[in-house]
Design a protein around this ligand. Structure first.
Ligand SMILES: N[C@@H](CCC(=O)N[C@@H](CS)C(=O)NCC(=O)O)C(=O)O
Length: 315
């Protein structure tokens, strides 16, 4: 099977979720450092317009969103499992909540004025301006990424006190070993914890801090070989998308296989990807794209959190 290639950047929390997961699985992978703001020409050549971070590539197959990427990694190396716990419904729901509500509250904390002022990445006023402009375009049409500070802080503190109660009795949220809930909470906490000016938020939570130290171990020794975006494109060009075993189209979407469709996230980052519909089942949306430079690509999305419609239909 082709190598896993993670398109990511160092400061990205959702990339950190996947870096830590790959470290936990002991998987070697290739890594492309992508820009944090647009343009991202190599990435969007592969995705067809999806710009969120990270993206996983395997040959000419492109996987968007960390919920799906985590499943791809689990299938690639099933042990140790992060989906094998006794309460899958609770685990998936808890991970989704952490990746959405909890993440938004962490963004609220990280972008509070005191933290922005102390952040070396925002020392250059022109860099701040470009970042703000980029994120305004990125989140256009959605309520935005950051929960306002008073509510963000309340959500954060309440959740940390609940995590603390679990971690007083267990090494990980998944029990004796980490599961998907650990990785979805890890990247959110990491985003806040790594800012010295925000570390006080963890002062009252000794068990959470010890858990962060345990998870940190998985991301400190990256098993990544760094390659360029051009190398990743070359790999895609020299590969064929994997054959899809039993393509299905959910009849409720009222779309035919082969229709020209657009796929959009339902929460934020409304940059459509257009392609030929291959699969819509309970878990996946898969479309085919023909790129002049790369050839045939399959772009995969999780069904949860994404919408598929005829290209050009209003979202
Ligand atoms: N649900 C998505 C969220 C990804 C996300 O919001 N990533 C942030 C970076 S951590 C992003 O895309 N920011 C804008 C960008 O990188 O262009 C996932 O799980 O992959």
């Amino acid at each position: 099977m082709a190598d896993l290639i993670l398109h990511q950047y160092a400061d990205s929390p959702f990339s950190e979720k996947i870096r830590a997961l790959l470290g936990y699985k002991g998987l070697a992978y290739k890594s492309v450092e992508i820009p944090a703001i647009m343009p991202k020409p190599d990435l969007t050549t592969l995705t067809g317009g999806y710009r969120r971070t990270p993206v996983m590539q395997r040959g000419a197959d492109i996987f968007c969103d960390t919920a799906l990427i985590a499943q791809v990694i689990e299938a690639h190396k099933p042990e140790p499992s992060i989906f094998g716990g006794p309460r899958p419904a609770q685990a998936v729901a808890a991970a989704r909540w952490a990746d959405s509500e909890f993440f938004r509250s962490c963004v609220g904390l990280v972008f509070q004025p005191a933290a922005v002022a102390a952040n070396p990445r925002f020392k250059d006023p022109s860099a701040v301006e470009s970042f703000i402009r980029d994120r305004a375009a990125f989140t256009a049409g959605s309520p935005g990424l950051a929960t306002p500070l008073p509510r963000a802080q309340a959500v954060f503190r309440e959740h940390l006190s609940n995590l603390e109660k679990t971690l007083d009795h267990h090494a990980f949220l998944g029990g004796d070993s980490p599961d998907i809930v650990d990785f979805s909470n890890w990247h959110c906490c990491w985003f806040v914890y790594r800012q010295p000016v925000l570390r006080h938020y963890f002062d009252a939570y000794a068990s959470v801090s010890a858990w962060l130290d345990r998870l940190q171990v998985f991301s400190v020794e990256p098993m990544a070989t760094v390659i360029s975006g051009a190398d990743a494109i070359e790999i895609a060009r020299n590969s064929q998308p994997e054959v899809i075993d039993k393509p299905q189209i959910d009849p409720l979407v009222e779309l035919e296989a082969g229709a020209t469709v657009q796929v959009l996230p339902t929460d934020y980052g409304f940059q459509a990807v257009i392609g030929t519909l291959l699969v819509v089942d309970d878990k996946h949306i898969i479309i085919a794209r023909q790129d002049e430079q790369v050839g045939q690509l399959h772009v995969h999305f999780p069904r949860y959190g994404f919408e598929v419609a005829l290209a050009g239909d209003p979202a």
